[in-house]
Ligand binder design. Structure first.
Ligand SMILES: [Zn+2]
Ligand SMILES: [Zn+2]
Length: 322
């Protein structure tokens, strides 16, 4: 099958089609999304080697459990051992032995086919298009914030970063009735947020520097975001860190202590909540799709992402007869 393969460098490769192990399904990838984590992987994040990609919608083409056959699915990306303490506490997403689809020791979805345990799969409702379903994974990650903390209605929340994840996080918090301000650098991306009824601001806005927020989400994907979050948060406020990047960053621990700020790391989330948000139309994802490339043009898709200010870029693997 055709795939993109990362071996210190991303290349197109013909690789062997994966075979599902016991309890797994073979899934034909219909559409895959490129996210910031994939770009960090190409810079060395998590020392990954193999087929990257973890955001997808696909169709089950082979499975021992026949009820799954032919179903359109999305898949949770953490593969837990199911036996350790964390797994038994229901924290499989933090299992120390886990592999992660396209991120840690497990081939991902920038390929024509992928395998996943059926316990990781969620059926996609017929009313959701592939273009929408491919956002379930990043949207679940955005919605994870609501699992982790109480965001009181009418709370003043700032989301730093007007990129793919920032605009999803902003919509999730807006749907939870928070007063959301999206802070970014791109007028056309901020216009989307404004159209959804949020306040928007740029980084060099004098007014925004003077403003303080009880919750600040860093969705910039860069080390600078945390610095800006510290400047905007109120004493006793919470900074939610959504950026994963290759490398380290500094934290002003004095300000953290003196202002009694809570620093909250936040990663993957519940797919069911994301499917619900999409099904009820509470989150708009169609305007976030910038361009779809065939899988063969995957390298060009990454170049496109690096060279333009766009939002979500999708890869469509060409269907082949198996
Ligand atoms: Zn991602
Ligand atoms: Zn485990």
């Amino acid at each position: 099958m055709k795939a993109l393969y990362f071996d210190g460098q991303l290349e197109r490769r013909e690789v062997e089609k994966p075979r599902p192990a016991a309890g797994e399904a073979l899934i034909q990838v219909l559409l895959a999304g490129i996210c910031g984590t994939d770009r960090e992987i190409l810079k060395g994040y998590s020392n990954f080697r193999g087929i990257p990609g973890h955001e997808f919608v696909g169709r089950v083409v082979e499975c021992e459990e026949k009820t799954w056959l032919g179903k359109r699915v999305v898949g949770e990306i953490n593969l837990a051992c199911g036996e350790c303490d964390l797994c038994l506490w229901g924290l499989g997403r933090h299992c120390p032995k886990r592999t992660v689809l396209g991120i840690v020791n497990r081939d991902g979805v920038f390929a024509e086919f992928v395998t996943l345990p059926v316990v990781n799969l969620h059926e996609v409702p017929k009313t959701l298009s592939n273009d929408a379903a491919v956002f379930v994974e990043p949207l679940a990650a955005a919605a994870e914030i609501l699992e982790q903390m109480q965001v009181p209605p009418a709370a003043h929340v700032a989301v730093i970063g007007d990129g793919r994840l920032g605009l999803l996080v902003a919509q999730v918090l807006h749907s939870a009735k928070a007063h959301v301000t999206v802070i970014g650098k791109h007028a056309w991306k901020l216009d989307l947020a404004r159209g959804w009824g949020m306040r928007v601001a740029s980084f060099d806005d004098e007014g925004i520097r003077a403003h303080r927020f009880s919750v600040v989400v860093d969705a910039t994907g860069s080390p600078a975001g945390l610095d800006q979050a510290f400047r905007l948060v109120t004493p006793r406020g919470t900074i939610v860190m959504k950026s994963t990047f290759h490398g380290q960053t500094q934290v002003d621990t004095t300000k953290l202590v003196v202002d009694e700020i809570t620093l909250l790391g936040s990663r993957c989330g519940d797919f069911r909540r994301a499917l619900e948000l999409l099904s009820h139309g509470r989150v708009k994802v169609q305007p976030l799709v910038s361009k779809t490339f065939p899988l063969e043009a995957g390298l060009e898709a990454f170049q496109y992402l690096n060279s333009t200010s766009c939002l979500k870029v999708l890869l469509a693997p060409t269907p082949v007869k198996s």
